[in-house]
Design a protein around this ligand. Sequence first.
Ligand SMILES: NC(=O)C1=CN([C@@H]2O[C@H](COP(=O)(O)OP(=O)(O)OC[C@H]3O[C@@H](n4cnc5c(N)ncnc54)[C@H](OP(=O)(O)O)[C@@H]3O)[C@@H](O)[C@H]2O)[C@@H](O)CC1
Ligand SMILES: [K+]
Length: 479
Amino acid sequence: MLTAYTADQIRAAEQALMARLPDGTLMERAAAGLAACCAAMLGRVYGARVVLLVGSGDNGGDALYAGVRLARRGAQVEAVLAGSKVHEAGLAALRQAGGRVRGIEAVDRADLVVDGLVGIGVTGALREPYAKAVARANQGPGLVVAVDVPSGVDASTGRVPGAAIQAHVTVTMGACKTGLLIDPGAGYTGRLELVDIGLGAYLPDPDVAALTDGDVADLLPEPGAESDKYRRGVVGVAAGSEEYTGAAVLAVGGALHAGAGMVRYVGTAAPVAQVRSHWPEAVITELREPSLDGVGRVQAWVLGPGLGTGDFAHELARRVLASDVPVLVDADALTLVSRDPTLLRRSAPVLITPHAGELARLMRVPRERVEASRLEHARRAAADLGVTVLLKGSTTLVAEQDRPVRVNRTGTPALATGGTGDVLAGVAGALLAQGLSCYDAGSCGAYLHGLAGRLAADGAPLVTADVAAAIPAAIRSLS
Ligand SMILES: NC(=O)C1=CN([C@@H]2O[C@H](COP(=O)(O)OP(=O)(O)OC[C@H]3O[C@@H](n4cnc5c(N)ncnc54)[C@H](OP(=O)(O)O)[C@@H]3O)[C@@H](O)[C@H]2O)[C@@H](O)CC1
Ligand SMILES: [K+]
């Protein structure tokens, strides 16, 4: 599990650790780790041109002391001092090691730019001259390594209120910061490298966490020898409509490939015909009325993809949500719920799976506000609605009250095509039916869906049906 922390949590841990160590020890450790990463990026240190962007705080200090180490190995190190003050001891050490102070034009001929403008101490949008320095470094020819956090990214939230460094690599000190995992900040981070400075024992419960292959393998249920279809979980799928038949096919496909013991599909004539021809193994009830009479037992429901938003869909949603099993609420069902919030008054668990626009509608805020502060809105929706929230996007978040928000890091831009959300709903619904909590089903579902998207795309555009088909390969790839 990759865990991440807010700036306040990091600062508290650093203070506790620093109290037990001689002055300067942590910065020395940070600089040593940073210099090693820079050397690895450069390949050959001797003769390389390294430009340090140095702000007025300790983030700049880290950059200066890393510069000292690189200068001692023969790099030509130049420091651009952007702040009103500078870490004086660090600058003196750099000068002594042969480093020079230069203007910002130095970045135009750098092999490597080390961004030490601001770290966890930033507040608000970058001021001048930092913002101009950032723009020039981003356009320059050199590789860019961010110290601790790309300057301009809020370490605690991932918000990017103005200019920000676009890093190839971010070398983060002690522990990962939340803002490096959450968009838009995650998009500025590049490859993430963690330098151990001994903070581990002083860290509290994480703010956010990202699952790894091993975590997901441990969380997924393993069908034992005695498993029958009921024990492996029966998932009900209420999706598709006369207008939208494909969503039903994709949601059922996602559920079947994610290990559901059985899928019971309910829908009207047109989607029923499609589901029947694609998935002969699905057990189908054709609906003339919005009723679940005679549908049989399920352990969880997937509700909403392509369902429509008329009276029929509303009544069917009401009946599904009146059941006493977990329900995953997606797509059109989210529209129904935002129009009629009483639908969510139930005691069994609910997992909602909105994208930013759908969450904005549910929370009655502008979409841009959700996009800019995804973490805050996912958390708030979970608390206000009393449900588990899976907020889709380039980094999908799963929020539940009093738990670290789970961030999914397996996503791929290839998945930004129509219908992939229907597959995800089926996958996560199948995991719910197999007994996973909303929190685990949502985060494992997003993880597998991302892996399957990568396998299905394999460097080329993908066909959505291939994502469902790649779920078993994604599960096999975990071990
Ligand atoms: N503590 C430790 O043990 C360890 C800490 N470590 C390192 O220290 C870093 C934290 O250092 P920090 O606390 O000095 O803050 P930091 O990120 O350098 O920024 C503060 C400066 O930024 C400025 N500034 C703020 N907002 C701004 C804006 N919008 N636009 C422009 N400027 C702005 C503000 O300037 P001022 O307003 O004072 O002019 C202030 O002086 C941390 O990320 C890690 O790299 C490691 O060595 C490990 C051990
Ligand atoms: K930085």
